[in-house]
Design a protein around this ligand. Structure first.
Ligand code: ADP
Ligand code: MG
Length: 278
């Protein structure tokens, strides 16, 4: 039997993001708590709707313990709304954790940052190195899209949809949020690629270390200038050179010198940490 809206009960609204509302829901047949994201496709062109459908189909194929699990989608034609049903991440997101530590004036433990680094790398590996099929790019990696489960393991969320929902036709309307994580190639109007996800991951990890993004400015021109130059300070002195080195590699301005996900995983610093963690 097909899943329908009445198979679920809405518990509460979690929040409204840049392109839809997230609600906490309960599956009636077994009481399982999940979330759905409501997206109104009423204003989309046929092409955009096709893209949305194919991106949502891709989400279904991404399987990793470090990626928010996709369950199903329901289309309500009367309301021109698609409901994307996903795993509920209880542990909150990195943006909340960063804000809390900033308020308390306390850095995060280096061990926790390494764990996030390793697990985010594994999440991106699932997306970039797909055996049969093209790479899935995240396109919107930011602390608010990195969730945690109850054991503080990473669950990367909001995959793929950014391309459709941000109408990626030109640079001007690609970016809707705060562009702190925008890569130099995007600043220079070049197309988004796997390495742009690596850059954004570097920015997220940097922010976990420093409690502020690597590049900050009070206006877009100044921010673009700093990003193009790769002008950032070392992470706090209490954190190791190993951690600083790995993050700095992800923030290489030159795309060709920035490591791919394969290269990152092959980096002895990363693989050493990973084997000690597993
Ligand atoms: P944004 O554009 O800010 O990413 P979203 O629509 O993705 O907005 O999310 C809205 C709110 O729902 C945010 O507070 C986010 O943390 C939360 N949220 C999104 N997905 C999940 C999930 N799978 N589990 C728990 N909370 C989620
Ligand atoms: Mg989100």
């Amino acid at each position: 039997s097909k899943t329908a809206l009445d198979d679920f009960e809405v518990i509460s609204t979690i929040g409204t993001g840049s392109y839809g509302t997230c609600k906490k829901i309960k599956r009636k047949r077994d009481g399982k708590v999940l979330v759905w994201k409501e997206l109104d496709y009423g204003a989309m062109s046929e092409t955009e709707k096709q893209m949305l459908v194919s991106e949502v189909n891709l989400l279904r194929e991404l399987r990793s313990p470090y990626i928010v699990k996709y369950y199903d989608r329901i289309i309500d034609r009367a309301r021109t709304t698609i409901y994307i049903i996903m795993e509920y991440c209880k542990g909150g997101d990195l943006a909340t954790i960063i804000a809390k530590h900033k308020r308390d004036g306390q850095y995060l433990d280096e061990e926790f940052i390494w764990k996030i680094l390793i697990q985010l790398t594994q999440a991106l590996q699932e997306c970039h190195q797909r055996k049969n099929g093209r790479a899935v790019l995240h396109r919107d990696m930011k602390p608010a899209n990195v969730f945690l489960d109850t054991d503080r393991n990473v669950k990367l969320g909001d995959f793929g949809l950014a391309r459709v929902l941000h109408h990626e036709t030109s640079f001007a309307n690609t970016y809707v949020g705060t562009p702190y994580y925008m890569s130099p190639e995007l600043v220079n109007n070049q197309s988004y690629n796997e390495k742009s996800d690596i850059w954004s991951m570097g920015c997220v990890l940097y922010e976990l270390c420093a409690l502020h993004p690597p590049f900050t400015a009070s206006n877009q021109t100044e921010l673009n200038r700093k990003i193009r130059l790769g002008d950032f300070s070392r992470i706090p002195a209490c954190l190791s050179d190993d951690l600083n080195n790995v993050i700095s590699k992800m923030l290489h301005v030159e795309v060709s010198q920035r490591p791919s996900i394969e290269e990152l995983l092959a980096d002895p610093i990363v693989s050493g940490r990973r084997s000690r963690m597993e």
